[in-house]
Design a protein around this ligand. Structure first.
Ligand SMILES: Nc1nc2c(ncn2[C@@H]2O[C@H](COP(=O)(O)OP(=O)(O)OP(=O)(O)O)[C@@H](O)[C@H]2O)c(=O)[nH]1
Length: 324
């Protein structure tokens, strides 16, 4: 992949339907719903075959409803699935949390199918029961498919799936799979979803896979690297904003400058690490990932700044793109 525009595109607020004169087109929206950490982002990335949503072992990694687009062109037809990846539904503790829960509710209106993702390693928790309550309140015509994930690590998958199924009577189908270990099972589900699409216009151009801007996409990769490296120390108070993106000329590396926001001066010290060792490590692994996806050398400059209580500050949230 050498051209960044193959991965991301400028944001499309109201995507204009694309016409495809020669062959019939089929399209539909699929929401991916579930409590934090069940594997929603992993599932989306496997559906798409590219990395769109950030994945880390910490809950609440996904903060916005990333949309991924999968288009399948055959000689006789074109089919397009638009995925709405929702932030993990959870009890809101701050303004950011409330924003995330609002996103989830907005995401399930007007979709053709909801994939309710659950963790088969465990029976339903209170958080799963809250998601179930949301699903039970939907228009009964909404198709809800229960996707039991993490089958590879589950001891009693059938029993667990049954317990989840009992919570939502309008579940019309159930699947057991491992988004991480068994991509073939995910592709089979994707093929079923494609096959069920109704005839309709394509919502995105065929070569687009996400409606994130390239800056947002890069910021999410950097934040994922920060969260992975910081592990115990700093749970969720890091935000990343990409301030500069300069495309390379000739052999030069692509230049990216980003700020990491933390809430307190002592958090800044943690993120910097001894003699800058932590931020260097965060930058190094983010840069490696960016280079793989962009197919080009990257020069990544990171700055750590203190933005007090940014999660409660509407202005700061707007700067980060959390409108709503
Ligand atoms: N064993 C196993 N682990 C998985 C599987 N799918 C995802 N995981 C892991 O579960 C963790 C969470 O995955 P994510 O895809 O980030 O989960 P999410 O539901 O999007 O999380 P939020 O963004 O917090 O809502 C990561 O450590 C994944 O590697 C699976 O099929 N099997």
């Amino acid at each position: 992949m050498s051209d960044p525009s193959e991965i991301t595109s400028p944001p499309l607020d109201a995507p204009a339907p694309q016409s495809s004169a020669e062959v019939p087109t089929y399209s539909g929206f699929v929401a991916i719903l579930g409590k934090p950490n069940v594997g929603k982002s992993t599932l989306l990335n496997t559906f798409l075959g590219v990395k769109v949503a950030p994945i880390t072992p910490k809950p609440q990694t996904t903060r916005r409803g990333v949309r991924g687009v999968y288009t399948d062109r055959q000689a006789s037809e074109v089919r397009q699935l638009v995925f709405v990846d929702t932030p993990g539904f959870h009890r809101a503790k701050d303004a950011l949390g409330e924003f995330m829960n609002r996103e989830v509710r907005a995401a399930v209106v007007d979709v053709d199918v909801i994939l309710w993702v659950v963790d088969l390693r465990r029976p339903p928790s209170d958080e799963d029961k809250e998601v179930a309550r949301l699903l039970r309140g939907l228009d009964p015509s909404t198709r809800v498919y229960l996707v039991g994930n993490k089958l590879d690590a589950a001891k009693y998958p059938d029993e667990a799936l049954e317990l989840y199924g009992e919570l939502v009577p309008n579940v019309s189908r159930t699947y057991r799979l491992s988004a991480l270990e068994d991509p073939e099972a995910v592709y089979a589900l994707r093929a079923e979803l494609l096959g069920e699409l109704a005839e309709g216009p394509l919502f995105f151009p065929e070569d687009i896979r996400s409606d994130q801007s390239r800056e947002t996409w890069a910021a999410e990769i950097i934040r994922e690297s920060a969260m992975t490296h910081l592990r115990q120390e700093l749970p969720y108070a890091v935000a990343v904003q990409v301030l500069q993106w300069r495309d390379p000329e000739g052999d030069e590396p692509l230049y990216l400058m980003a700020e990491l926001w933390v809430e307190r001066a002592n958090h800044r010290m943690i993120v910097l690490g001894k003699g800058g060792s932590m931020i260097r490590e965060i930058g190094r692994s983010a840069r490696k990932q960016l280079e793989v996806f962009l197919g080009h050398r990257v020069f990544l400059e990171l700055e750590v700044v203190v933005r007090r209580a940014w999660r409660e500050d509407p202005e700061a949230l707007r700067e980060l793109g959390f409108e709503g």
